[in-house]
Design a protein around this ligand. Sequence first.
Ligand SMILES: C[S@@+](CC[C@H](N)C(=O)[O-])C[C@H]1O[C@@H](n2cnc3c(N)ncnc32)[C@H](O)[C@@H]1O
Length: 372
Amino acid sequence: MANENLSKAKNAKNDEFYTQYEDIQREINAYLEYNPDLFRGKTILLPCDDPEWSNFTKFFAQNFVNFGLKKLISTSYAIESKGIETEYYSSLFETESPKFDADKTKTHGKIFTLTRDNDKSDKIDIDDLEWAYLEGDGDFRSDEVKALRDEADIIITNPPFSLFREFLAWIIEADKKFVIIGSMNAITYKEVFPLIKENKMWLGNGFNSGNAYFKPMNIQEYAQGVFNEETGLVKFRNCCWFTNIDHGRRHQPLSLMSMADNIKFSKHKEVRDSGYKKYDNYDAIEVPFTDSIPSDFDGVMGVPISFLPKYCPEQFEIVWQASGNAYANAPKEIMIMLKFDPTVKYGGGLGAAVVDGKAVYSRILIRKKVSE
Ligand SMILES: C[S@@+](CC[C@H](N)C(=O)[O-])C[C@H]1O[C@@H](n2cnc3c(N)ncnc32)[C@H](O)[C@@H]1O
């Protein structure tokens, strides 16, 4: 039991990070620039939220009319289920409401909905949110929240980091449109990578310069440079938005030089000195930097994961990945096509790309798209 509580608290620590208003606005604007009617007549669900404090709820409630929404639903997870060790205070919004229940506030999730002009102010906004306690604790896996998921057209949130795989599977099984935040590391997961390869999920517009800042619930011990005392924000370098909603950036091809020009003029000494090496265990070449992808190479190329935010499906196809666990989950025919050699030893899990006997970082294997 003690162990169970400990791991609950540890997960909670990693889960209690709140998204900034500007980040939500910048991301959502990218989809709206591409399709201004994206949200018209739609129901949006914001699960794993804390509607009283959440910038997601605030942003969509403020833009309810502007976006032409039909319904906004936001749900929270009960504080006792979060496994947080510090004191929790209910919001004034809740305690001043006649619905307030001193027991339920700890053990039940809450649901906030917005559909109409409740306060007859001639506008629909945050003041028109209606709320109630959920039957259960608001776990996204509960039947109650699943029913809300099924009712929604689009699911948007920053889900618990510790349950990312499960959360994504939860969305995919219901075949919903989504915009969610996750770690870049998730890209190589066996549940995530096939979705990216098949263009069923891609990276969103992204955080400013690739840095995401979140508000933590508790101030914990952070490595130097991670927590900023002035802003009260924690910096994550490897967070991104995952989505299956189109945006313009996704269709902008990378502007690239030929292989010969890269070898002559690349800003990367490594490319100028050694050119493009062939892997020892794959029939593909190593491209250590996204901006060094040669425009005129027709074979398979291994590129860093940081290529994905710049991936344009009209320019390249994703063949597979080369990472520590890539082999175990690979379709056999792809490994045959890539002439993968499992006898090449390098000391890691089977699947990482090897150059001159040394494994390189995780790579995405891509090929120039042949236009039909
Ligand atoms: C990364 S935080 C983000 C909160 C909010 N969506 C935001 O971005 O500001 C994830 C939230 O999910 C909640 N959570 C954790 N496990 C959950 C579960 N099983 N079901 C629903 N919510 C959960 C956490 O307590 C936390 O508040």
